[in-house]
Ligand binder design. Structure first.
Ligand code: PA5
Length: 452
């Protein structure tokens, strides 16, 4: 079986009528994207530059090796958005589901805590854990800007704890811009090991750089294989005919669907290991394309769980959705015939959970086809390092192509920046007094509230 297969039958008008895409529109958009692709491969975006990506591997391995002599029991990653979602995706896909809970499941690898939020409840619990294990905790601080308040405040907390432990400077690794930002200034002053977020590669496109590869390397994952998968996908996108080109066809479908009023793009893995991939995709699509009053709304669902939560809406609700299923079979779990005296359970007894999972997946797809809700399926032959790398790169390219179609800059996030400025103003950052006054005034004004 091929590594990755995409079945688009159920987005086509030949299957679902007017709710689907006709061959002519698909070809028109795909050939436009294909022309753009050709020019892009002549002058690639930095995230497509595999020489650049591989150039950091030596330093990643060296720092990982230097950690070998320290006993690392906990990996605490501080970072938010593009600085953490890629690692979360890799760990979720490739580590044992009980990694943090069972020693046998994780072997000699550290437990991991990815702090992508600052809710004090969660922070406090990890603070307590790190206080207990401070000699055995590795802190990885990731921020491209080196200034994000969530990450910086977390760093201030954990540095204070670690600084009274032996060799703590070897156990704080900082990944940030090579030249700019406060974190870089701190690296220079305090001398922590550090790796760069390469120039021109923004957070959500940075998973293949030290941002995602260093934590993966510490976890003992073969990062070369992730990058090999991504590069093989890049070669496919570069070379394959546009009608058989995964990225060109997928970008065309998602774009046309949005134009046809299917503004909600659901990603629904039938494969728990790929659940976090849907979170990563959600950020990539939303933050890259949500601009100038345009952009599809990505939504995450989980198969089969959300059959009992969302599926009613997808089938019988507004016709504003296009669903991408991610599927990967594999592991089996027999269902013993342990309740033989109930006739109605005989169709489950002595079968396998994988069969039931697959049947539910096929059943869901069939019901959506009958309801004329467009959907496509991306099947992985296995959840492997190689395939995860390929999937990351596929979607990065899809979003870059869609950015071209919407005519927006897929790589900035001005609206997010504004929120960051207001946060800093409220917290009293110098130079932002006018913004602080705006908010204070607004809070004093009469507000429409309803009370209980
Ligand atoms: O994709 C992006 O650029 C953002 O999600 C950032 O990763 C996020 O805002 C965190 O920024 P930084 O890495 O500068 O701390």
């Amino acid at each position: 079986m091929k590594h990755i297969t995409m079945d688009i039958t159920d987005v086509l008008s030949s299957t679902i009528g007017d709710e689907g895409i006709d061959g002519t529109s698909l070809r028109e958009v795909a050939s436009k994207i294909n022309e753009f692709k050709k020019s892009l491969y002549k002058t690639p975006y930095p995230f497509m530059d595999f020489q650049l990506i591989r150039s950091h591997l030596g330093d990643i391995h060296e720092i990982t090796k230097s950690l070998g002599e320290l006993k690392i029991k906990n990996l605490v990653l501080l970072g938010i958005g593009g600085s953490s979602l890629g690692t979360e995706t890799i760990f979720h896909a490739l580590l044992h589901p009980l990694h943090n809970i069972e020693e046998d499941a994780r072997g000699k690898k550290p437990r991991y805590f990815i702090l992508d939020n600052i809710d004090p409840v969660r922070i406090k619990s990890v603070v307590e854990l790190v206080k207990r294990d401070k000699e055995e905790t590795l802190l990885i601080v990731i921020s491209k800007s080196g200034e994000t308040p969530e990450t910086m405040s977390q760093f201030m907390i954990f540095k204070e704890i670690l600084k009274s432990s032996k060799d703590y400077k070897k156990r704080i690794v900082i990944i940030t811009d090579k030249n700019k930002g406060m974190l870089r200034e701190i690296v220079k002053k305090e001398g922590y090991p550090s790796l760069p977020v390469p120039e021109g590669i923004g957070g959500r496109f940075s998973v293949l750089t030290p941002v995602g590869m260093f934590p993966s390397s510490v976890m003992g994952l073969n990062i070369e294989e992730i990058i090999n998968g991504a590069q093989a996908m890049s070669e496919h996108i570069d070379k394959a005919d546009y009608r058989k080109n995964l990225a060109v066809v997928l970008a065309s479908i998602l774009y046309i669907m949005d134009m046809k009023g299917k503004h909600i793009h659901v990603m629904m893995p039938y494969c728990e290991k790929l659940n976090a991939f849907a979170d990563w995709f959600r950020q990539l699509e939303a933050e890259s394309l949500g601009k100038k009053g345009m952009g599809p709304t990505p939504l995450k669902s989980t198969g089969v769980t959300d059959q009992h939560s969302q599926l009613q809406l997808y089938i019988d609700g507004p016709k504003d959705k296009c669903i991408t299923f991610l599927y990967c079979g594999g592991i089996t779990q027999p269902i013993p015939n342990s309740i033989p005296y109930i006739d109605g359970l005989d169709y489950l007894g002595a079968k396998d959970m994988a069969e039931l999972f697959h049947a539910e997946f096929l059943g869901t797809r069939r019901s959506l086809t009958e309801a004329k809700t467009p959907h496509l399926t991306i099947t992985l032959n296995e959840v492997s390092l190689f395939n995860i790398g390929a999937l990351f790169f596929l979607y990065e390219m899809v979003i870059a192509f869609m950015g071209f179609m919407y005519n927006v800059d897929a790589f900035d996030q001005p609206a997010v920046e504004l929120g960051k400025i207001y946060t800093k103003a409220i917290m009293g950052k110098k130079g932002l007094e006018d913004k602080r006054l705006t908010i204070e005034k607004e809070l004093k004004e009469k507000r429409s509230v309803i009370e209980f």
